[in-house]
Write a protein that binds this ligand. Structure first.
Ligand code: NAD
Length: 567
């Protein structure tokens, strides 16, 4: 189908046909309006409307992009319910991708809590009920033996970043089955909004292996397979087929494992980390952002990393991931590994993790030290006198007043991170941490908290959001086509992030730079990661002379296509 610009028009302007081509055919104007990648909505100019067959398909008024942004924000803010705002953002993404990312990038502090934690948690819980259009790939058990075919159904061949979940541990909310798709979708949106990774090379995937969540199984609008979760050898074979097909279809892809239950998360990471370019954000990305927060905290408390005693509530992916990275940082500064490990202690649902406990999971064993058991967190705090307490247990209010008071008794400036997400699962609120410590706590959280006024001071709680780290790492990997993602990359990212946090941020108690700076942070991390990849010989590419310019050349900007050029 050929588009015929009116003849007077053709004298002055030429249509950029390549922007209109799709599989060898030119699109009709109406198709453009329904293609979110090419749609400009009411921003199509009158010339474009005439040339592209859009006359009559749009109301007369042409809006500038700035006006479209303003109107979109007005629409999104119309509802005070965060879930309705999430739905409005998703609808915008379905209509007009450039505008979506422009709105998101320009208003990250306001909208990140909508497109990601905490609201994405609620969206996942209700995914079947708010479902409008599918986004990403749902690879289910029915596709066993044919997973390659599912991947080929995705319209893009050059996929460079995949975020995949099996939905078993969505944030701190547990097994949400196929509803977990909100997480890969949200994370990939942050790759683009925070680090400029092109959305066209991103692919969200859910492995629908069933769910053990009975409420979902009984929910008539549940979107996934209605069967108990696949386990054991059959599960492993399914994931193996998936990873093999991914590596075949997309040889340069970065595969991010996200929100798998911890029994599978550690195993899968160990199995695949040297086979392809992959990482687990819950284990490694969390570790990067938490270590950066700890390094920032030490600039306030004045201590050396090697002198800290860090007590974790929660000994899962996040807890042991962070502990391992703290150890790696200490070792890189010259500490002996065994001594470094003794600086980290874990409390799980059975109490303090100590050597005398039997049947400890593999990932906890390095931190099972010789010590007397402690039945609960308070007893562990009294016994160990930690300098830092890190909550990654998904247990709301576990840092109760006595725990914070004990931390404050043992430390002039106790470091308290309540990282569990979403907000409803946080181990304590920001206000509680400041009030119960008499304003002395150095605090960070996983989900955002508003600034707290206390005794004439304003404290700004930092959000230890993984988004400070994984998008920049992703951009660095995409730009270098790295073969794998070693742990050192998370050290590089943590140090870069910590160095960017300014003295002014720290003075307000905030351990991270403002979210408004996240694009600069991501770019700095991407460049540092790229430097590391070349130094470590992790890529076949030749090192470009100007590495910064090379990384920046991968930045995607949410600009509208220019359909017409002067002829
Ligand atoms: P996980 O399931 O791997 O681990 C949870 C751990 O908590 C387990 O070791 C479990 O034994 C322990 N636990 C459960 N109940 C407990 C109790 N009553 N007392 C003590 N420990 C208890 O999960 P995970 O991936 O480690 O995530 C845990 C939490 O951390 C989640 O809420 C998640 O949202 C949050 N998280 C936050 C960030 C971030 O803010 N940057 C990143 C990753 C994870």
């Amino acid at each position: 189908m050929a588009l015929r610009p009116v003849s007077w028009f053709a004298l002055h302007m030429t249509i950029r046909r390549e922007l209109l081509e799709h599989e060898g055919h030119l699109r009709l104007g109406v198709e453009l309006l329904h293609d979110p990648r090419r749609n400009k909505g009411t921003a199509f100019t009158l010339e474009e409307r005439r040339a592209l067959g859009l006359c009559g398909l749009l109301p007369a008024q042409v809006l500038t992009e700035a006006e479209q942004i303003e109107r979109s924000l007005e629409n999104i803010r119309r509802s005070t319910d965060p879930l309705q705002r999430y739905i409005a953002m998703a609808a915008l993404q379905d209509r007009n991708e450039s505008l979506y990312f422009r709105v998101l990038q320009d208003n990250l502090a306001e909208l990140m809590p909508i497109v990601y934690t905490p609201t994405v948690g609620r969206a996942c819980e209700e995914y079947g009920h708010i479902f409008r259009r599918p986004r990403g790939l749902f690879v289910s058990l029915e596709h066993r033996g044919r997973i390659g075919e599912c991947l080929r159904n995705w319209p893009v061949r050059d996929v460079r970043v995949i975020v995949v979940t099996d939905g078993e541990r969505i944030l701190g909310l547990g097994d949400l089955g196929a509803n977990g798709m909100g997480i890969p979708v949200g994370k990939l949106n942050l790759y683009t909004a925070c680090a400029g990774v092109s959305p066209h090379v991103c692919l969200p995937i859910t492995l629908d292996v069933g769910t053990d969540n009975t409420a979902l199984l009984e929910d008539r609008f549940y979107i996934g397979e209605r069967r108990p979760r696949l386990r054991g050898a059959e599960y492993d074979e399914f994931v193996e087929e998936f990873v093999t097909e991914v590596a075949k279809a997309y040889p340069h892809v970065l595969l991010q494992f996200e929100d798998f239950g911890n029994k599978n998360a550690f195993r899968l990471l160990d199995r695949y980390r040297e086979r392809l370019c992959c990482f687990n954000d819950d284990i490694q990305g969390t570790a990067g952002v938490a270590l950066a927060g700890l390094l920032g905290a030490l600039r306030l408390t004045g201590g050396a990393l090697e002198d800290q005693r860090v007590l974790f509530l929660g000994a899962g992916e996040a807890g042991t991931g962070i502990a391992n990275l703290i150890v790696a940082e200490m070792v890189s500064r010259g500490a002996d590994p065994a001594t470094a490990r003794r600086c980290c202690w874990l409390v799980d649902s059975q109490g303090l993790v100590v050597a005398s406990r039997s049947g400890l999971a593999h990932h906890k064993q390095p931190f099972a030290h010789d010590a007397a058991p402690a039945g609960d967190l308070l007893a562990a705090v009294e016994a160990l006198r930690p300098t830092a307490l890190i909550g990654v247990s998904g247990q709301p209010m576990a840092f109760h007043e006595q725990v914070i008071a004990a931390m404050t008794r043992h430390n002039q400036r106790p470091i308290v991170f309540a990282l569990s997400n979403p907000t409803s699962k946080a181990e304590c609120t920001a206000r509680q941490a400041y009030e119960w410590s008499d304003g002395r706590a150095v605090f960070a959280s996983g989900s955002p908290f508003d600034p707290v006024e206390y005794r004439g001071r304003t404290f700004v709680p930092g959000q230890g959001n993984n988004a400070y780290v994984f998008p920049g790492i992703g951009l660095g990997i995409v730009a270098t086509a790295a073969r794998m993602v070693p742990d050192e990359i998370f050290l590089v990212a943590a140090r870069t992030l910590a160095a960017i946090t300014s003295a002014n941020d720290l003075a307000t108690g905030c351990l991270y730079p403002p979210l408004a700076q996240i694009q600069q942070v991501s770019l700095a991390i991407a460049e540092a990661v790229a430097e590391f990849v070349f130094e470590a010989g992790l890529t076949e590419l030749e090192r470009p002379d100007d590495l910064g310019a090379h990384v920046r050349s991968f930045l995607w900007k949410p600009d509208y296509p220019e359909y017409l050029t002067e002829s």
